[in-house]
Write a protein that binds this ligand. Structure first.
Ligand code: S3P
Length: 656
């Protein structure tokens, strides 16, 4: 896949290229509303910028030479903090008068963080409405009247750093900016590439520092020629959708600036495998193609400290992944999220909680306990694009049923997002099971302990235990009885009209087929030998699926099998995927037979189980795999009681 051009680099190209003294051509800019706001603002300022839509995003051409304004224009920055804050620095540095304003979300975000240092440099700026908020009025002043500044930022902010640097460069006064942790350094890289003497350390982590010293500089910015690489923050959503759906994804030509891709290491902590393939650097910006492979089971993560600026825009996505990960994830030191397009910590906490996820909210972070089962509810995005897209990912690929109030807000950074997300949609959801009662789905490979576990869980909850394998065995038994067990076309022809069903018995269900209850006959070795082939027939699977769903409409059930969470009840309240080491599974199977066994018996059983696993996983129809949203439990070193208790605990939170 490819994603739109990086928004941060696009803003800088749109805002800085027109300031060069020679011509620039930049291709592949983001075509989202935010970057368009930057382009429009420069045009309103009289800069010679032409903008054209091409297949891969916007192309801008600028003759260079800066602005030519006569009266102070009002510049609408829309939803875009980067436009407002970088422009504040550009206007202050050029001594140009203008008013900066934005939409209600942008009007609620803090501006003092840029206005204060610019005022400290001598810029004349006033708040037109409330202090610290847009609109702000830049009074303009003669060039050459700004003072040098050493700014020590309290928070890591690329927008503040960029505003001060741009003001210094345009006013040709020495500036230094330090920040507690390095924020993205696109402005530094771009200005350095245009010939500006900057001292900074590209790609470093930890605290950040950049210095501009005009002493030996002749003062002209060279033109800019580059193609903007793909936006890692947009790629993150597609990667997140793939991980939730258990699929591998490749995203080509993404910006790999170290200040932006902290989320890759978080995904690795969650168990994903990330292959990174570098492409030639352009405009000082590294780019890469990524192939991301999902783990069987997403693990919880813990993030904080100087990683936060490098994952700052990806936290909404990481939070929805945390809701599906095994264990409790933690996000610390992220108070900055409260002043993004929305108060993202509050919105994430409130929304996830409404969906039934256990969340703790602190002033600077969240804790999120992952869970399986279906997530249902309303999402109020507060017009925040990243909130809308994060929950969009959860809805599409994460076994959920979410109503997102404002999808259109994704347009600010990713106009085609909802179309692009469509192929990630979990297809099994297209045929809802229309169950009425509560359903727990238990899947897993041969001898993973499904039956005994599902039976005990059902008993403890007062649910009915449904074993899909019994239906497959009953059909196989009937085919053997009729002498057509090897005659697949005959089975397929007869099975849709076959009277086969689950009938209530004293402990769960029994199966009745063609008026008979085969009982122990279902476990005969003849049945065992044929059941795999019979259950691979589409007509057989269809009948079994229908009977299982019928049971789900009538009872509260714990249903076990190999495709219960993926096909039969993709909307189950809780989905569990049991796994165990193959040696342990072989020993359990042999112990069930209650006769002594040797190492050789174990080896033979291992080979049998492995063969069955291969068959189950590779069959084209309903292959065995962990369903989206299913919680994997490795039972290798767990007692049966502990497995049951673990599921009951999950059920308690899924049913809340
Ligand atoms: C941006 C910087 C970040 C980021 C924002 C874009 C930029 O904000 O959250 O989406 O392009 O400079 P900070 O300025 O708070 O680092």
């Amino acid at each position: 896949m490819r994603v739109p051009g990086d928004k941060s680099i696009s803003h800088r190209a749109a805002l800085i290229a027109p300031l060069a003294s020679s011509a620039s051509v930049v291709r592949g800019l983001s075509d989202g509303a935010d970057v368009r706001a930057s382009v429009r603002a420069m045009q309103r300022l009289g800069a010679a910028v032409e903008c054209e839509e091409e297949e891969r995003g916007l192309t801008i051409r600028c003759a260079g030479g800066g602005f030519h304004v006569t009266s102070a224009p009002r510049l609408d920055c829309g939803n875009s903090g980067t436009t407002a804050r970088l422009l504040a620095g550009i206007l202050a540095g050029s001594g140009v008068a203008a008013v900066l304003d934005g939409d209600p979300s942008l009007r609620s975000r803090p501006m003092r963080r840029v206005i204060y240092p610019l005022q400290a440099m001598g810029a004349r700026i006033e708040y037109d409405g409330e202090p610290d908020r847009l609109p702000v009025r830049l009074r303009g002043r003669a060039t050459g009247t700004l003072r040098t500044l050493r700014h020590r930022g309290r928070v890591a902010s690329a927008q503040v750093k960029s505003a001060v640097l741009l003001a210094g460069v345009l006013a040709r006064v020495r500036v230094e900016v330090s920040e507690p942790a390095l924020s993205r350094d696109h402005t530094e890289r771009m200005l350095a590439g245009m010939g500006v003497p900057l001292a900074f350390d590209p790609g470093r982590t930890g605290a950040g520092e950049v210095r501009f010293d005009p002493s030996d500089w002749e003062g002209a910015l060279g033109g800019l020629r580059m193609t903007v690489p793909g936006d890692p923050s947009s790629a993150a959503f597609l990667i997140g959708a793939s991980l939730l759906g258990g699929r591998t994804v490749r995203v080509a030509d993404v910006a790999a600036n170290p200040g932006r891709i902290g989320f890759l290491s978080v995904l690795e902590e969650m168990g994903a495998v990330v292959d990174r393939d570098p492409a030639p650097t352009q405009g000082g910006e590294p780019r890469e193609t990524w192939t991301v492979h999902p783990p069987d089971d997403l693990r919880a993560f813990s993030i904080g400290g100087d990683l936060i600026p490098r994952v700052i825009d990806e936290v909404p996505l990481l939070a929805v992944l945390a809701a599906r990960a095994r264990g409790r994830s933690e996000i610390r030191d992220a108070a900055e999220l409260r002043v993004k397009e929305s108060d993202r910590l509050a919105v994430l906490a409130r929304t996830l909680e409404k969906l039934g996820v256990v969340v703790g909210e602190r002033s600077d972070g969240l804790t999120i306990r992952g869970r399986g089962g279906r997530l249902r509810g309303d999402v109020e995005t507060r017009g925040d694009h990243r909130i809308a897209m994060a929950f969009g990912v959860l809805d599409a690929a994460g076994d959920a049923d979410l109503r997102i109030d404002d999808r259109a807000c994704a347009d600010v950074s990713y106009p085609d997002f909802w179309d692009v997300l469509e192929p990630f949609r979990d297809t099994s959801r297209r045929a809802p099971s229309t169950r009425t009662g509560r359903v727990i789905a238990v899947d897993g490979p041969a001898a993973s302990g499904k039956s005994s576990t599902a039976r005990s869980v059902a008993r403890r909850l007062g649910f009915v235990h449904v074993n899909s394998g019994l239906l497959y065995r009953a059909i196989t038994w009937w085919a053997l009885d009729r002498g057509i067990a090897e005659d697949e076309p005959s089975i397929e022809a007869a099975v849709p009209g076959l009277d086969v069903d689950l009938v209530p018995a004293h402990d769960g269900f029994e199966v009745s087929v063609a008026g008979t209850r085969p009982g122990p006959g279902l476990e005969s070795s003849d049945v065992t030998a044929r059941v795999s082939a019979v259950s691979a027939l589409p007509a057989v699977r269809e009948v079994v699926l229908e009977r299982l769903r019928r049971a789900g409409r009538r009872h509260e059930i714990v249903c076990e099998g190999r495709d219960i969470g993926t096909e039969v009840f993709p909307d189950a309240d809780l989905k569990v995927f049991l796994v165990a080491d193959v040696g342990e599974r072989a020993r359990r199977r042999l112990r069930q037979r209650a006769v002594p066994f040797t190492e050789e018996d174990i080896e033979r059983e291992i080979r049998r189980i492995e063969a069955r696993d291969r068959l189950d996983r590779s069959r084209p129809l309903s292959p065995l795999r962990r369903a989206p949203g299913a919680i994997e439990i490795d039972t290798t070193s767990m007692s049966p009681d502990r497995v049951v208790d673990a599921i009951l605990e999950l059920a308690a939170s899924a049913f809340r």
